[in-house]
Structure formats: C-alpha cells, structure tokens
Write a protein that binds this ligand. Structure first.
Ligand code: ADP
Length: 411
C-alpha cells in the first residue's frame, strides 16, 4: 500500500497529532515531550527492523541475491524422495546416462535402465531424436509415443533440460484417455448411424408419396404412411434414450439421498406396462406382495430401470409365456428380478450386453423397436444406486435379469 518513505511520514504525523491532543487534553509539557520522543523512537526502531517487502513488487533487485544451490538437482536426496512419491514414471539422466529412475519408471521399463543409455532405456523410433539432442533449458519438449511400451498403448514423454547436461524425463500414460476419447467418438458415430437409418427411410417414402401425386391407391399410401410413422417413432425413441443416457451419466457421481420404496416403484411400472397396447402386456406377472423395500434412490431413474428390464423380457420372451417380476429381501439388500421364457442369450454375448448399441441380433432388436441402449441405461442407473446387475440366461429356455440394491438404514 504505502512505500517505505510515505509510511514513515504517516507514522510521524500520527505521533504529532497524538501529542497535540494530549496537550489540548491538559497534559503537562514534559509528559507531552517524553510521549512524542518515545513514539518517534519506537517508530524508527520498528520501521528500520521491518523487511522491505515492496522492493520486489517495484521491480527492484533484492538487496542480497540468494546464493546458488551447489551440486546437482538429480543427486539431491530430497529429489529421489520426491521422485518415488510421483505416480508417473520419471527418469533423470546425466549426459544421456540414466542416473535415477523412480519406482514407477522401474515398474514400466525395468531396473536395468539405471546406468544405461536413455536411448536404449526408451527404445522408440519417435523418441530417438529428442533423446539424442542436447535440449534447451528453456523449453519442455513433448513427444507422443504410439505403441509404447507395448502395441496398443500410448504414452507422452516430456523432456526438461537442466543445466550441465542433466535432464528429467517424465512419462505419462495416455492409453486410458485415448480409449475414452475413442469411445466418445464411436458413440457419436454409432448414434449418427442409428438416426440416419430411419431418417433415410422417412425421406425415401415421403419422396415416393410426392412423386405419386394423386395417383396410386389408398392402400399403398396408407402403407407408406405407416412406415413413415414407424420410422419416426423409432427416431423419437432413440432421441429419448440418448437423452436418458446422457442425463444418467451426468448424475453418475451424485449418490441419491431420497428414501424411496422400490416395491411401489416397480408396482407403478408394471401397471403402466399392463395398461399399454404392447401385445405382451397381459403376460406380465407381479410375483411379490406389497412389503416395502426402502432404498435411497431416484424414483424416475429406478422406474426407468424396471421399465427397461421388464420390457426387454416382453420383447425377447416367447409370446404367451409369463414375464415374472419378483422382489426379494436378501440380507441387507433388495433384489428386483425379471424372468422370461425366451430364446435366451449365448454366454459369449453376456459380458457385452450393457455396451451402448450392442445387440445380439440387430434385425430382431430393430423389429421389436429396440435402440440398443436399454441395458446401458440400466447399468448406469444401477451403478449410481450402488446396485449389482446380474444377467443369467440359458439358450432355448430363457433369461433372468436382476439388480440388487442396498436397503436404506441397513449396513
Ligand atoms: P435393445 O433396445 O436392442 O433391446 P438393450 O440394451 O435393452 O437393447 O439390450 C441389448 C441386447 O440384449 C438386445 O438387443 C438383445 O439382443 C439382448 N437382450 C436383452 N434382454 C434380453 C432378454 N430378456 N432376452 C434375450 N435377449 C435379451
């Protein structure tokens, strides 16, 4: 705020004002003089001892330069201690020879790298030139290493040059980030493809109807309009499911805190499905009583989870066979289980069913109005509620999809 000189002037002025007030208040001359002299002396002593913190801010050089640290940074014992705490691999080199490698670097490249030439420790065609060069102390070089140390993996290497030929090499694993990026772009590509297919059909039939003008019989026109409606509904369902999955993903880390009754939620879902015009609405059987199953949850999401599992059983079960919905209390958890008598699912498909857009039989899924997102949504909702999803199936006999949730108020 104040520089050194102006703060001194302010302090002296304050002492002078204090002395005048003391005089006006009736103090004798000797007391006032002693007060003023003692005040000034105290200010001078304190002011002289205080460090001048404004010098740096004014751009002036500090009074005394800090002494340079002697020796190598890499050989300092604190450096080794810090390096081992780093989770990412870190290597120090002196004149291209590895002098230090932290635990993560040794796990990645092996203990033998200490004492070896860095160009043999990190064997990668993309790294050779950067590792061979002297490097400038002012720049941090970044190099991407594809298929390092194994095919399919990707790492980034940063090289920081220190003085005297020493360098620090940081490695960071990009494989997981790249995989997430790939998943995201695959998802966008798949979603676009899924939307494009019904859209192309709609445009095709609209053009045909336009070309027909008033020609063509009413039955043909009706058939074309029905196809347009079916494809538009498919697009609508896809958009609804895409929005659901993005909403559920956004909520992923927000644990639900509202107490809800799983029994009541599943009852409502069954009632909605039984009231629908689905050809298998009558086959749904509620195999449970009204005993409440209290859990902490998001009512709308749990309703959607139940809806997706039950409607899959209706879609893929055989006509006129029961779709049985059960609610069970198992220790501290509650289980929702849905059984159907359908063709079942071969074991090699089971681990992939919750992937977005994965279908065992694409044509079958489409013909029953599937989007390939139902079980992906179920998985996300289940994870958010600390649920455990199980799919058991026997080919030719049927499938049982179940989710268990921790009951509220129980450990
Ligand atoms: P879809 O919208 O295609 O039904 P889901 O994500 O809900 O997508 O399910 C993925 C795939 O899992 C389905 O396409 C189907 O092949 C299979 N599947 C799901 N539930 C059942 C079931 N009860 N019986 C047989 N196959 C099922």
């Amino acid at each position: 705020m104040f520089d050194r000189l102006s703060s001194l002037v302010v302090a002296l002025t304050l002492v002078a004002i204090a002395a005048i007030f003391a005089m006006l208040a009736g103090g004798d001359a000797l007391t006032i003089a002693i007060l003023a002299v003692a005040g000034i002396a105290a200010i001078l002593v304190v002011h002289g001892a205080a460090p001048d913190t404004t010098a740096g801010a004014r751009g002036e050089a500090p009074a005394e330069p800090l002494p340079a640290l002697p020796g190598s940074l890499l050989r300092h014992p604190d450096f080794a201690r810090w390096a081992d705490q780093e989770r990412e691999p870190l290597i120090g080199t002196d004149d291209h020879i590895v002098t230090i490698a932290n635990d993560a670097a040794i796990r990645l490249l092996g203990r033998h790298i200490v004492g070896a030439d860095i160009r043999t420790a990190i064997r990668h065609p993309g790294a050779v030139d950067a590792l061979a060069a002297a490097g400038s102390p002012d720049t941090l070089q970044e190099i991407h290493l594809a298929d390092f140390p194994r095919p399919g993996h990707r790492w980034t290497m940063h090289i920081a040059a220190l003085s005297g030929g020493e360098r620090i090499i940081f490695l960071s694993d990009r494989s997981a980030i790249d995989a997430a990026d790939r998943m995201r772009s695959d998802f966008v590509a798949n979603a676009s493809h899924e939307l494009r297919t019904p859209l192309a059909a709609i445009l095709g039939y609209v053009e045909t109807l336009q070309d027909m003008n008033d020609e063509g019989d009413g039955a043909t026109r009706h058939r074309f309009l029905s196809i347009i409606e079916r494809e538009a509904r498919r697009m609508q369902q896809l958009v609804i499911d895409l929005l659901s999955i993005s909403r559920v993903e956004a909520d992923r880390f927000r644990r639900p805190t509202t107490p809800v009754d799983l029994t009541a939620i599943v009852r409502t879902t069954i009632a909605q499905l039984k009231d629908s015009d689905h050809p298998r609405a009558k086959d749904v059987v509620a195999g449970f009583d009204a005993t409440p199953l209290p859990i902490l949850g998001d009512e709308a999401q749990l309703g959607q989870l139940a809806h997706n599992i039950i409607s899959n059983a209706m879609k893929y079960g055989r006509a006129d066979t029961p779709v049985t919905v059960e609610l069970l209390r198992e220790g501290h958890r509650g289980r929702l289980a849905v059984r159907d008598e359908g063709e079942g699912i071969a074991p090699d498909h089971l681990p992939r069913l919750t992937e977005r857009f994965y279908r065992v039989d694409e044509a079958r899924s489409r013909s029953v109005g599937g989007t390939g997102l139902g079980l992906a949504i179920v998985k996300h909702i289940s994870e958010r509620h600390q649920g455990q999803l199980d799919i058991e199936s026997e080919v030719g006999k049927g499938t049982r999809v179940s989710v268990t949730f921790p009951l509220a108020g129980e450990a």
